[in-house]
Design a protein around this ligand. Structure first.
Ligand SMILES: [Zn+2]
Length: 409
């Protein structure tokens, strides 16, 4: 107990701590009070056990009127810094255009790369900030942001600087990830090995030197980079003490999850084609499995990620938007929770843990984020709901009444 008066005191809340045990992972405290001091949770428990009258504890009391308070949500996989959009391509496809016709018309990832290269840093910031604001309005207080639509040194650095500025502007936690190895850019067509060399020798050292990323990601897939190329990038990332994550087993079983496990990846993401052998490797490495139902839905995929296999091996499952213009143009993490339940058959409780506790672990932030617990950062979301299952139950709409982030640095 601190004698100093608390900055904020929430009362009459249904606190969904997400810090419960296996029996009740929601960790609900009814009629709860939450005290905030210096940006951290300094008191948490049933209101009846507060050490004093609320008015004597804080000048700033918020009555939740029985509504749910959860940890601020964490979107642990996004590509939200990009310019333009691909609605035209979406429309062409639905009018019957083939992939080749769209590519010839300048569509696909190349169009996003061209638009992102052409945008000034300010334009890129303005366009991306809107998406980040939409996530925050839907309860998100931590966003992972990947580069990967620049594919040259100048633009990759620009994207990562924009990501940092978004965090400063919205006073939220941003985890920047360098995804230079997203796809082979046009100027390296047919020379993927040369491009990987450029990523490792030219881009990565600058990203590390300017401290613009905390993690390194690779899109390991037939249409992107091979296992051998992926491993080269991971080995280089380790030299710079950057954490590792991977776009793995989305369209085929390439062995990328097992490779990521070998490099102690924080997370492996997508995983529709995860094999039994790879899941055992993940269990050993402690990596989080990040499922991305938005891309699964948008691409009308058929191969479901094996949630049973992940449960069996006790691999923590996180859910994210994968916010990107090509395969998951969404800024609603709660709709992703719904899709994770309807498409992948997660329970609403698993879906909530997937955007709080397990998403924090996926970003290496579990010590400070992802649950309502004493001493953790006071990232809080207040919802106009009485039970947390409502978060995954509803399709669209927005019940978030606001978030508190109490930036401490
Ligand atoms: Zn992605």
């Amino acid at each position: 107990m601190n004698n100093k008066r608390w900055d904020v005191l929430y009362i009459n809340a249904t606190a969904v701590t997400c810090a419960g045990d296996a029996q009740s992972a929601y960790g609900i405290i009814e009629n709860a009070a939450i005290g905030i001091l210096d940006g951290k949770i300094c008191w948490l428990g049933p209101e009846a056990t507060l050490p004093n009258l609320p008015a004597l504890l804080s000048d700033h009391i918020i009555d939740a009127e029985g509504r749910c308070i959860t940890p601020g949500l964490i979107d642990c996989h996004t590509h939200l810094v990009y310019a333009g959009n691909r609605s035209h391509e979406f429309e062409m496809r639905l009018k019957g255009a083939t992939y080749e016709e769209i590519a010839k018309a300048g569509g696909g990832i190349r169009s996003t790369v061209s638009a992102t290269r052409a945008a000034s840093e300010d334009e890129l910031f303005e366009q991306s900030l809107k998406r980040a604001k939409a996530l925050v309005a839907n309860g998100v207080t931590t966003i992972e942001i990947k580069s990967g639509y620049g594919l040259n040194l100048e633009t990759e650095l620009k994207i990562l600087r924009v990501a940092k500025k978004i965090g400063e502007t919205l006073r939220i936690t941003i985890v920047p990830t360098f995804l230079g190895a997203h796809t082979v850019p046009e100027e390296f067509h047919g020379r993927a090995d040369d491009y990987i060399h450029y990523v490792i020798e030219e881009m990565l050292p600058r990203v590390a030197e300017e401290n613009l990323a905390k993690r390194v990601d690779v899109f390991c897939e037939k249409i992107a980079f091979s296992l051998a190329q992926t491993e080269k990038v991971f080995a280089a990332a380790q030299k710079y003490n950057l954490a590792i994550t991977c776009h793995a087993e989305q369209l085929s079983d390439s062995g990328s999850a097992a490779l990521s496990a070998k490099y102690n990846a924080q997370s492996v993401d997508h995983l529709e084609f995860l094999s039994k052998k790879s899941v055992a490797a993940l269990a050993q490495s402690g990596s989080v499995a990040v499922l991305l139902p938005g891309a699964f839905y948008f691409l009308r995929e058929k191969q479901l990620p094996s949630v049973d296999l992940l449960r069996e091996h006790k691999i923590p499952i996180a859910i994210a938007t994968d916010c990107n213009p090509g395969t998951s143009p969404t800024t609603s993490l709660t709709i992703m929770m719904n899709m994770a339940c309807t498409l992948f058959r997660l329970t609403p409780e698993e879906a909530l843990l997937g955007v709080t506790r397990h998403a924090a672990k996926a970003l290496g932030l579990l010590q400070t984020h992802g649950t309502l617990e004493l001493g953790k950062k006071a990232d809080i979301a207040l919802w106009d709901i009485k039970h947390p299952a409502e978060l995954a139950y509803q399709i669209g709409g927005n019940t978030c009444m606001g978030v508190s982030t109490f930036l401490t640095n």
